[in-house]
Design a protein around this ligand. Structure first.
Ligand code: SAM
Length: 385
């Protein structure tokens, strides 16, 4: 045991060679495979409500990570490209809403790491940087994110602690919370969930409430980035789905999980992008794969078992949303968090495209002493950042 401790203590020195990165793996990866296969065994449903690949698994693994990085740069996929490109400007527009002093940064789902770089630079410029803890279901994504986020920054290797973990599971959040508290003690933490990641989860409100409940202490802040919509007609919902449809790179990304976990021969023309209205809270976008071969296909899953994929059956590959103001307010109330800062960008409408924008919310627990949140962002009539 003593030898092992010594080996662990040597790691920060080894990390002086940028070819090495460390990663704390927080769960059994073989168990994750069982979860993917369970999603692919759901009952047949031509409407897209049966078989599915849930959020984390869309990004899990090398192929999906590379495909995601490509999609983020695709000119035809404005959602992520614009969200990444404008992040720094929108974050700076948040003003000085952070507490003073050192702030540890825990990034939930860092993706390509470009936004984390902007945040870490900001903290560095104010002399506030402390530990950087990116948390992702994908080890490959963590390595990519870490490289990008720390570029040109002099963060000591010993202050960087990537964690591979599915943060949508309550027991994982308990373990993550323990690691974070043991690392930072009582010092404040800035958490982030950016890039409209929340919208990828079926139970989005419950996930936000869970994250707030398990992680957020009165001294911490939570930066949430979500896509917004001012309108909720069927036509606008269809336009939301079209944002994904036009991108060849997004198509490659969204089918990459199918490529990894099944032996399905993928026909890109069998994808549909469906936009619907979800009560008064959001527009919902689903990307669905249809069996249009006219016959039943046997899918072989990673455990070598097979599952029938009947004619006209579907597999939901991706879920996203654009939230309305009442939808956001209700989620925040249910998660028992309040705004400490906000920047609402309504986006630009074009002749063929309604105005969809991004909202950045700096949240704090209702138990925390309140700091003023500024004017209601949704009252804004044009882009504001
Ligand atoms: C939509 S991307 C956002 C990336 C980045 N935050 C941005 O805004 O550019 C979602 C990120 O969350 C990660 N992710 C998705 N579901 C997850 C889960 N259940 N647990 C951990 N990470 C997850 C993905 O691997 C990916 O890095």
């Amino acid at each position: 045991m003593a030898d092992r401790d010594r080996a662990v203590h040597r790691i920060p020195g080894i990390l002086g060679d940028p070819g090495w990165t460390v990663c704390l793996v927080g769960e059994e990866q073989s168990g994750k495979l069982a979860q993917v296969t369970a999603g692919l065994r759901h009952r047949p449903d031509p409407a897209g409500g049966g078989k599915l690949i849930t959020s984390g698994f869309s990004y899990w693994g090398l192929e999906s990570t590379v495909a995601w990085a490509h999609a983020c740069n695709d000119l035809y996929y404005p959602v992520m490209r614009e969200s990444i490109g404008s992040f720094s400007r929108r974050w700076h527009a948040m003003g000085n809403a952070l507490p003073d002093g050192p702030l540890h940064y825990v990034s939930l789902g860092p993706g390509t790491g470009q936004k984390d770089q902007a945040l870490l630079r900001y903290l560095d410029s104010r002399g506030q940087s402390a530990c950087y803890i990116p948390v992702d279901v994908s080890a490959e994504m963590l390595r990519l994110a870490q490289r990008e986020a720390l570029q040109h920054l002099h963060v000591p290797a010993g202050d960087v602690l990537p964690v591979q973990l599915d943060f949508s599971l309550p027991r994982n959040l308990d373990r993550l919370s323990t690691v974070i508290r043991r690392t930072v003690g009582d010092e404040p933490v800035l958490y982030s969930l950016l890039g409209n990641t929340l919208a990828n989860f079926d139970s989005d409100s419950q996930l936000l409430a869970l994250l707030a409940d398990k992680l957020l202490r009165p001294q911490d802040r939570f930066l949430l980035e979500i896509a917004n919509t001012a309108d909720q007609s069927d036509a606008v919902a269809r336009a939301a789905a079209q944002e994904y449809e036009n991108s060849p790179r997004f198509r490659e990304f969204v089918t990459s999980a199918l490529m990894q976990y099944t032996d399905l021969r993928i026909d890109m023309n069998s994808l549909t992008y469906e936009g619907t209205v979800e009560d008064d809270r959001a527009l919902k976008v689903k990307v669905i794969y249809h069996n249009r071969t006219g016959e039943q296909v046997e899918l072989t899953l990673p455990d070598r078992s097979t599952v029938p994929f009947p004619d006209r059956d579907t597999i939901r590959l991706y879920l996203s949303r654009k939230y309305t103001q009442p939808g956001v307010e209700k989620m925040l109330a249910e998660a028992r968090v309040v705004k400490a800062g906000q920047v609402h960008d309504t986006g630009h409408a074009a002749f063929d495209r309604p105005a969809f924008g991004m909202t950045l919310l700096l949240l704090q627990s209702t138990e925390a002493p309140r700091t003023p949140a500024g004017p209601d962002p949704f009252a804004a009539s044009g882009p504001r950042a």
